[in-house]
Design a protein around this ligand. Structure first.
Ligand SMILES: [Zn+2]
Length: 298
């Protein structure tokens, strides 16, 4: 059986046909910002879906879509997108279902990625998983007893907005000293610029650290330390089997993961700390498409 997965990002909308084994075919990519309006972007998405179905010649059982903001996944309604204007209260599920005559399921992008890693990626073969995306924002998805945990108003998993200090900088969410306020890519970069100048990038910071630059290594291990405070709370609370870490900042890989594992051993309760495996995400750029396609199976 084939489904279509849509990874709706603030920069690109990526989509593709996905088979039962998580393989992606007939990829399409639309620039989100190029569309003059919400309606024209929805039209472009529909047009591409029809194109994929026609060219592939496959019968498609439905469409899963992961979007960059909070949603009511039961009703299929977008609450809003923090980085794209004009999407407040859009009934995206019913709009697409009416136009395409196919079942559509909607969730936020981190939940979609979490499902992808859980079924086909680094989170395979476990029942309790926490998935983290490190990038502009810090997002989290939670699987408990093999099922995505969405919470009372479907906003669970906001690990990036767990405070790691009693006092500290104010966050965009309204909170104080949120994890994201310390390890969102903008803040890591701000710190790196103080040491390496204004032209430094996160990729350069990773390369410097890999070549043994002590100051660069320290910046990454400080990121790991901040992360370890929030993850200790997650680990003590949920006792996950695995924590999977992805996203752009996550590409620093072992520069973060290795000091993070050490910190968790020191900070978290013994049984939970020994049990949890902290590993890098596996699905890379396709995680969003594959994960979105799995929304039809939850
Ligand atoms: Zn916050």
């Amino acid at each position: 059986m084939y489904t279509i997965g849509i990874d709706f990002g603030a920069t690109f909308v990526k989509m593709g046909l996905v088979d039962d084994f998580g393989k992606v075919y007939f990829r399409r990519k639309i620039e989100t910002v190029l569309s003059a309006s919400r309606a024209s972007l929805i039209d472009a998405i529909i047009c591409n879906i029809r194109d994929i179905i026609e060219i592939s010649g496959k019968s498609v059982s439905g469409i899963g879509i992961g979007v960059p903001g909070p949603v009511d996944s039961k009703k299929g309604v977008v609450h809003y997108f923090p980085n794209i204007k004009g999407w407040e209260g859009v009934r995206l599920k019913s709009i697409l279902e009416k136009k395409l005559g196919l079942r559509v399921e909607l969730d936020n992008d981190v939940n979609a990625m979490t499902l992808g890693e859980f079924v086909f990626g680094a989170g395979k073969n476990c029942n309790n998983l926490v998935c983290l995306t490190l990038g502009t924002g810090v997002g989290g998805g939670i699987i408990i007893d093999g099922k995505l945990y969405r919470g009372g108003s479907m906003c669970a998993g906001e690990i990036g907005h767990m405070p790691i200090n009693e006092t500290g900088p104010k966050c965009n969410c309204g909170g104080i000293a949120c994890l994201e306020r310390y390890i969102g890519n903008k803040y890591i970069l701000e710190r790196a610029k103080k040491t390496f100048g204004n032209n430094v990038t996160l990729e350069a910071l990773t390369s410097l650290a890999k070549f043994g630059n002590k100051k660069a290594i320290t910046i990454w291990s400080d990121v790991a330390q901040k992360l370890s405070v929030a993850l200790t709370e997650v680990i003590n609370l949920l006792n996950p089997d695995k924590i999977v870490i992805g996203g752009g900042v996550g590409k620093a890989g072992e520069l973060i993961l290795s000091p993070l594992r050490k910190q968790i051993k020191v900070r978290a309760m013994k049984d939970q700390a020994v049990h949890v495996k902290i590993i890098a995400a596996k699905l890379g750029a396709d995680a969003g498409i594959i994960g979105a396609s799995l929304l039809l199976k939850t």
